[in-house]
Design a protein around this ligand. Structure first.
Ligand code: ADP
Ligand code: MG
Length: 211
C-alpha cells in the first residue's frame, strides 16, 4: 500500500530531487528552450512544500489536488500547468483515499498522463514529458497486471521512464518551445522528460522503504 505518509514522502523526495537538479534541468532547457525549467519547477515545488502542512492530514486526493493548484498558480510557461494537471488528475481519482494499492497508484498516474495529453496535445515521439511518462507507466502496468508488488511495479516505472527520457535525445521536437528549433532540437535530452523521470524515480525510491 502507498499510504498518505508515502505520498508526502514522495512529494518531499521529488522536491529535493528538483532542488538538486535545478541547474541540470535549466541547462537542458537552455539547449532547446528558454533556460527556465529547473527554476520553474523549483519555484513551484517550493510553494508546494510551504502549502503542504495545511493539507497533510487530509485524504490523498485533497493533498494531490492542492499540489496541482499550487503549481498552476505559481508556475508560468508550459511545464508548470502541465505538471499542475498531472497532480490535479491524480487527485481527482484518489479522492477520499488514505492509501493506494498498486492498481490505484497506476490508475492515478495514468489519469495524470491523460490529463497532460489532453491539455498539451502531445503524443509519444514529440520530445516532451509524455516520452518519459508513457513508457514508465506502460512498464508499471505490465508489472501490476502480472501481480508484481507495488515496489517492483514502481521500479519498472522508473526504469521505463529513464529509457524514455534518454530516447528523447535523438528526437525532433514538434511540441512546445523546443519545436521552434526544428532540426536543431535533435541531440538534446528534453528537460520535461527528465523531470518526469525524476517524478517516477522518487516514487520508486519511497516504495523501497515500504517493500
Ligand atoms: P516553457 O517551455 O514554457 O519554458 P518549461 O521550461 O518549464 O516551460 O517546461 C518545458 C517542458 O515542458 C519541455 O521540456 C516539455 O517536456 C514540456 N512540454 C512543453 N510543451 C508540451 C506539450 N504540449 N505537451 C507535453 N509536454 C510539453
Ligand atoms: Mg522553459
Amino acid at each position: 500500500m502507498f499510504t498518505r505518509e508515502n505520498v508526502l514522502q514522495w512529494l518531499a523526495a521529488f522536491r529535493a530531487a528538483i532542488a538538486e537538479n535545478r541547474s541540470y534541468l535549466t541547462d537542458l532547457d537552455s539547449a532547446i528552450g528558454d533556460a527556465d525549467h529547473g527554476v520553474n519547477m523549483d519555484r513551484g515545488f517550493g510553494a508546494v512544500v510551504d502549502k503542504l502542512p495545511t493539507v497533510a492530514d487530509k485524504d490523498i486526493g485533497s493533498i494531490l489536488k492542492t499540489v496541482g493548484m499550487t503549481l498552476i498558480s505559481t508556475v508560468g510557461g508550459a511545464g508548470g500547468p502541465l505538471y499542475g494537471t498531472i497532480f490535479m488528475r491524480m487527485g481527482a481519482v484518489t479522492a477520499d483515499k488514505t492509501e493506494l494499492t498498486a492498481q490505484e497508484l497506476l490508475a492515478a498516474l495514468t489519469a495524470g498522463l491523460e490529463g497532460v495529453q489532453q491539455r498539451g496535445k502531445a503524443v509519444p515521439g514529440e520530445k516532451t514529458m509524455v516520452d518519459a511518462l508513457t513508457p514508465g507507466i506502460a512498464a508499471m502496468r505490465a508489472e501490476v497486471e502480472k501481480g508484481s508488488s507495488l515496489c517492483v511495479s514502481m521500479q519498472a516505472a522508473a526504469a521505463g521512464a529513464e529509457a524514455g527520457m534518454k530516447a528523447t535525445i535523438p528526437m525532433l521536437a514538434t511540441k512546445g518551445r523546443a519545436s521552434y528549433l526544428g532540426e536543431r532540437s535533435i541531440g538534446h535530452q528534453d528537460p520535461g522528460a527528465t523531470s518526469s523521470y525524476l517524478l517516477l524515480k522518487t516514487a520508486a525510491d519511497v516504495c523501497q522503504t515500504i517493500g
